[in-house]
Design a protein around this ligand. Structure first.
Ligand SMILES: [Cu+2]
Length: 324
């Protein structure tokens, strides 16, 4: 923590000087206008990524400033007018050792936290929830293997977004989806990621969770996150996958555990109804069952949206206290 403060303070001060105070800092869960820097972290891995980013940034600034000052000094002190008879020295052992050893030390100082972060990202603590994400051209399919749940996630068009916004919900353009992933707050979520066997490579990304993993056909890759805040966290496919690459967002809604449980129960109920609708011979009865399933799905969505409340500004969530 102290290191983060120490490193980010000068960097932030410099950035403010250069760009003026009008620039907004990044929001949590989605980008904000005039954003600078990474999206606010909402998971332990994302927080570590930010600390590491700040450390490397501070080193870069220090090296750049040092080289700049050195060049200015040389230009001033050793130009033809100030120094008419140049020195004939071609070797300086101590100097050569120093400019070899110091960069090595800098690289080691970067390598140690870098490997520590890499190890943390691949540590996979015991999962409380397992989620499977499958990339298709061009939408995501999300399933909860433990719950026997599966649904498709597609981007909302403008009309559907408008409807949600009118109802007091947040629905950012190119990010809002019809079926959000729902997870409990402060629980470890393991994500198994793959792509349709006849498809192409996609990438499952949620910047605020520090999760960004390729979805490769025929392979399972993994990431994990532990959301520290409630709210909605958006991401997009981050591997060029074809014409609708820009239109396959991901939305993860983080809610309290009891709300997650009732959401899962309602979704399971909807699944059961859908199953019986499939085996139903009578047309009218089948229509009735499908209607019932749709109502249950809407109920599940309403339940989690209600729990999160209207979320017009994600920075309000960022200001909220982290969950225990
Ligand atoms: Cu994609």
């Amino acid at each position: 923590m102290w290191r983060r403060l120490l490193c980010s303070a000068p960097a932030a001060a410099l950035a403010m000087l250069w760009l003026g105070a009008s620039v907004a800092w990044a929001g949590m869960g989605q980008p904000s206008p005039g954003e600078m820097g990474l999206q606010t972290p909402a998971s332990p891995v994302a927080e570590s990524i930010h600390s590491f980013h700040d450390l490397v940034n501070a080193i870069i600034i220090a090296v750049t400033v040092f080289v700049l000052l050195l060049m200015l000094y040389v230009m001033y002190r050793f130009n033809a007018r100030a120094n008419p008879t140049p020195s004939k020295v071609t070797h300086h052992t101590l100097l050569e050792v120093a400019w070899t050893v110091i960069p090595i030390l800098i690289l080691v100082a970067i390598a140690i936290p870098s490997f520590r972060l890499l190890h943390f990202q691949y540590s996979y603590p015991k999962a409380d929830v397992t989620l499977k994400a499958t990339g298709h051209q061009w939408y995501w399919e999300h399933s909860y293997p433990e719950l026997g749940l599966s649904f498709e996630t597609r981007m909302l068009d403008d009309a559907a977004r408008e409807e949600l916004i009118a109802a007091g919900h947040d629905a950012p353009r190119l990010l809002a989806v019809d079926n959000e992933v729902v997870v409990p707050v402060n629980k470890v979520v393991n994500v198994l990621i793959t792509a349709a066997p006849d498809g192409v490579i996609h990438n499952w990304t949620i910047p605020s969770f520090g999760s960004k993993v390729d979805a490769v056909p025929g392979r399972v890759t993994t990431t994990w996150f532990k959301p520290l805040y409630e709210g909605v966290f958006y991401g997009q496919c981050s591997e060029l996958c074809g014409k609708d690459h820009a239109f396959m967002p991901i939305a993860v809604r983080v809610v309290k555990e009891e709300i997650y449980t009732s959401w899962a129960d309602t979704m399971k109920e909807a699944n059961e109804v859908a199953k019986s609708a499939r085996s139903e011979k009578d047309k009218d009865r089948r229509r009735e069952l499908l209607q019932q399933r749709n109502e249950l799905l809407e109920k599940a969505k309403g339940m989690v949206r209600q729990a999160s409340g209207p979320q017009t500004d994600v920075r309000q969530v960022a200001a909220a206290t982290p969950a225990k």
